[in-house]
Design a protein around this ligand. Structure first.
Ligand code: PLP
Length: 391
């Protein structure tokens, strides 16, 4: 049933957009579509108990991957919903303390647009700049904290460049000033070790489809003590998920997310080392093409993402040609259809022109050496063809 994608063309190197489901995840989910189809809230019969038991196991699996307690995991429809719930939920519940949120210019649109909503609803948002590697400045962050600040929302790792923010230091600062810390860890979970307690993270968003699980399911971690975080529900109804997110639970999706987390937990070290070796090989070879450079931090970065600029080409035409053979993107999946330069790359100081000829190549658990060799050979050939047209 599983297609051998290492032979399929275009080869897939857009794993930061989404991942192929791991067949082991699908196997875990299937019984919950068929014989075990019960509603996890049906407490009077075995169909409900079986579903509830599966949800409990998944909650443990998700919690374990990020060092949380299972009672701190709220299931949602994905990271976008988790982000909305975290930011709006805090904004609505901590009004007595203040309404100021600090975030960063390179966040995913889900965070930026939610912060814009906060501003349109009477709150205040500060957008920290980043340096050329994509890092925020911790001193600048501390300077922006006021008595009105209720939340710091800084992503764990960037979806376009893979740059990992100094999360532990941000957590420490937040704690020192009594401000809550939410991190959008959609790209980081399963790719780098995360511990919400060691990093003083109060809320964290994650999504199954970025870690070889199904689409349409994710989770929000919400700290239960030191401090206990209280958020207002954004979806009202039957009071599911401790009244924080109503709606009948997506049991097969939850089982899939749990299994995906369990596999990440088991394979994190070995698989990410292997992915990092392939990514570094790809970069080393592509950098041999004149006018090529890597964007973002090369030290504190996820092992699976590479963001590469190709100077002196028409970015749009180059991307079209590459994508016939190798599926890559301009960055976030939602902005890759537009030909607007990426807000992330612009924040790193790139010109519009170079930002438009910069692409994200993202590897995954199923990426094979033969695919990377294919990508090196063909991207090099296509860029050189384009250069000869432009030149
Ligand atoms: C950093 C980041 N945050 C949030 C999201 C949104 O995730 P979802 O597709 O689960 O809503 C994405 C997905 O592209 C992402 O990369």
């Amino acid at each position: 049933m599983l297609t051998n994608n290492s032979l399929k063309q275009p080869i897939y190197l857009d794993n930061a957009a989404t991942t192929q489901m791991d067949p082991k995840v699908l196997d875990a989910m299937l019984p919950y579509f068929l014989e075990n189809f019960g509603n996890a809230s049906s407490s009077s019969h075995v169909y409900g108990w079986t579903a509830a038991e599966a949800v409990d196991i998944a909650r443990e699996q998700v919690a374990e991957l990020i060092g949380a307690h299972s009672s701190e995991i709220i299931f949602t429809s994905g990271a976008t919903e988790s982000i909305n719930l975290a930011i709006k939920g805090v904004f609505e519940n901590y009004k007595e303390k203040g309404s100021h949120i600090i975030t960063c210019v390179t966040e995913h649109r889900a965070v930026l647009d939610t912060c814009e909503w906060i501003e349109n609803t009477g709150g205040k948002a500060t957008y920290l700049p980043v340096n050329t590697e994509g890092f925020i400045d911790l001193a600048e962050l501390e300077k922006e904290i006021t008595s009105q600040t209720i939340l710091i929302s800084i992503m764990y790792a960037n979806n376009e460049t893979g740059t990992i923010q100094p999360v532990r230091e941000i957590g420490e600062l937040a704690k020192k000033h009594g401000v809550l810390f939410f991190t959008d860890a959609t790209q980081a979970v399963g790719k780098t070790p995360i511990d919400v307690n060691e990093d003083d993270i109060d809320m964290l968003s994650l999504s199954a489809h970025k870690i070889y699980g199904p689409k349409g399911i994710g989770a929000l971690y919400v700290r239960r003590k030191n401090p206990k975080v209280n958020i207002s529900s954004q979806i009202h109804g039957g009071g599911h998920e401790k009244n924080m997110r109503s709606g009948t639970l997506n049991v097969p999706g939850i089982v899939g997310l749990g299994r995906a987390c369990e596999i990440c937990q088991m394979e994190l070290e070995s698989k990410q080392d292997a992915v990092g070796i392939l990514r570094n090989l790809l970069e080393r070879e592509l950098l041999k093409i004149e006018g090529t450079s890597i964007n973002g931090s090369q030290k504190h970065r996820l092992p699976n993402i590479s963001n590469i600029s190709f100077a002196n080409v028409n970015g749009e035409a180059l991307l079209l040609d590459i994508c016939r053979e190798i599926a890559i993107s301009r960055g976030s999946a939602c902005s890759s259809v537009t030909s607007k330069p990426s807000h992330v790359l612009k924040a790193l100081g790139l010109s519009d022109e170079i930002a438009l000829s910069s692409f994200r190549i993202s590897l995954g658990r199923f990426t094979a050496l033969s695919q990377i060799e294919f990508a090196i050979h063909n991207i090099t050939r296509i860029v050189e063809d384009h250069r000869s047209i432009v030149g």
